[in-house]
Design a protein around this ligand. Structure first.
Ligand SMILES: Nc1ncnc2c1ncn2[C@@H]1O[C@H](COP(=O)(O)OP(=O)(O)OP(=O)(O)O)[C@@H](O)[C@H]1O
Ligand SMILES: [Mg+2]
Length: 463
């Protein structure tokens, strides 16, 4: 039942309001002056209070001021005989939802009461939603204890609450979007929108209007004015995913917005100012894009203010059990399934696999196992063929491998062996490429070329 407090020094008004609101099914308490009213507000739980502005002693504005100071956050409606704009404005500033003037019509009053209650319910729901999002994107949702991912977490904790542009790089499925959202929901902008735009998923010819909006009639099909993602993201964060795919003409336009914080809608002449934080992401090597002349250098530097590089899963091998465990718990709860058990053999296969699809590939695998096994033990036979490969050393010797009647894809197999050997060599040589090259009987440049081609990322040598 909704509880309402009526604070008014006139008994007749208190009775009138109490009777009326009770007849509408509400629970009404009343107070004859500001001080008593305030005490009730502090001590009990109300959904709304009605407050007379002109009262001897503590005035309505005094009550509002106190309530605001104590962060009571209860919606209120002012009742006043003299609706001066001044006091009404003052009351609204102090957080009152609305005001009504005496003498009032009870049905009108009721409409205002209903509106205030709906509004506060909406606010409460928003608050809950934001809390849930904050929890969902708290830093500890990024799983991993290995140094490269811990470095990322420490770095984004430091930079989340700045307005600087972030450029997130990393292979597909390494958590770029997860990191972008984590930054947003831990910044001052958390209460404002996080607007994603995937530059690769939207056809080139409509990307500009997606970004900046368009005016009615700007092009065939522009039947009405539409605001773009930049405007939608105002005061919040715009996440430009797959930024490496942005066409040159749009690179110029984006550069201007980053520099001037203003733009025009397509077909428009009015300059629109926005306050937007940019987080961009790409799985491409943008520096190479710059060298090859497909990505503007000036734009690259504008974006690369705070670089975040996400390690591929094969560089966080020690975290594989942790991630598996996290996804098993998370997905079985969501899918209402029993978590399956994993044998040591299975963990071995997972630890030795190269994970070209990174954490996403691991997450998808776990989901499949949960659905297939529903609580049973998982054995290596339940894993996809590519994960059941023998250890690279055995595979390389070729002795263990039998050509089955289904045949093999020789190129893929050789490629896989080559990848495994390169990674092992880099691991043995702690990332020192000249050493790794000599372990493989290659020269250093050939190794580097191969690593680039296969996008094997081994970061800087580890000490
Ligand atoms: N370190 C991590 N801890 C927990 N979950 C992770 C981690 N990294 C990635 N994930 C999860 O893996 C999935 C893929 O991550 P995300 O979509 O952020 O990757 P991405 O880098 O944007 O991939 P793509 O380049 O393919 O768009 C998501 O469900 C994400 O929550
Ligand atoms: Mg992504």
């Amino acid at each position: 039942m909704l509880r309402v407090l009526v604070i008014d020094d006139e008994e007749s008004i208190r009775n009138l309001l109490s009777d009326f609101l009770e007849s509408k099914g509400m629970d009404v308490v009343s107070a004859p002056n500001g001080a008593e009213g305030l005490n009730l507000l502090k001590g009990e739980k109300f959904d709304l209070f009605l407050l007379d502005l002109m009262m001897p002693g503590m005035t309505g504005l005094d009550v509002l001021r106190q309530a605001a100071a104590e962060q009571l956050d209860i919606p209120s409606i002012m009742i006043t005989a003299f609706a001066t704009v001044q006091t009404a404005v003052e009351a609204m500033k102090l957080g009152a939802y609305d005001y009504i003037t005496k003498p009032f019509n009870l049905e009108e009053l009721y409409i205002t009461v209903k509106k205030a209650l709906d509004f506060s319910k909406l606010q409460e729901e928003n608050l809950q939603l934001r809390k849930a999002l904050r929890k969902k994107f708290s830093y500890n949702r990024i799983i991993g204890n290995s140094p490269p991912i811990q470095d990322v977490i420490k770095f984004i904790e430091k930079i989340a609450d700045t307005d600087s542009t972030v450029l997130i790089t990393g292979e597909s499925g390494t958590g770029k979007e997860l990191v972008a959202k984590t930054i947003h929901y831990n910044s001052q902008r958390a209460k404002k929108p996080f607007i994603p735009l995937n530059c690769a998923a939207i056809p080139k010819d409509i990307l500009e209007s997606e970004l900046f909006g368009h005016e009615k009639g700007a092009f065939t099909g522009a039947i009405s004015t539409r605001i773009g993602r930049f405007e939608l993201a105002n005061q919040g964060t715009l996440f430009l995913d797959e930024i490496g795919e942005l066409a040159p003409a749009l690179q110029v336009k984006l550069l201007r917005v980053l520099q001037e914080k203003e733009f025009e809608r397509v077909g428009g002449i009015k300059t629109i100012k926005v306050d937007v934080r940019i987080i961009a992401a790409t799985n491409r090597d943008l520096e190479k894009g710059v060298r090859d002349g497909v990505f503007r250098e000036d734009l690259y530097y504008r974006l690369n203010v705070l670089p975040v590089h996400l390690p591929p899963l094969r560089r966080m091998k020690e975290d594989i059990p942790l991630l598996v465990d996290h996804f098993i718990k998370d997905i079985s709860r969501r899918k209402k399934k029993e978590p399956p058990g994993l044998s040591g053999d299975v963990m071995n296969c997972l630890a030795n696999y190269r994970w070209p699809g990174n954490v996403r590939e691991l997450e998808n695998l776990v989901e499949r196992l949960i659905i297939l096994k529903d609580g049973d033990m998982v054995s290596p036979d339940d894993l996809p063929e590519r994960m059941r490969e023998k250890l690279p050393a055995e595979a390389a010797s070729g002795k263990e491998r039998r050509l089955s009647s289904g045949g093999v894809d020789l190129n893929m197999m050789l490629d896989e062996i080559e990848n495994n050997m390169i990674i092992q060599a880099l691991e043995l040589s702690k990332g020192v490429k000249s050493k790794a090259a000599s372990l493989l009987g290659l020269n250093r440049t050939t190794l580097i070329e191969k690593m680039k081609k296969k996008s094997i990322d081994f970061g800087a040598p580890q000490k």
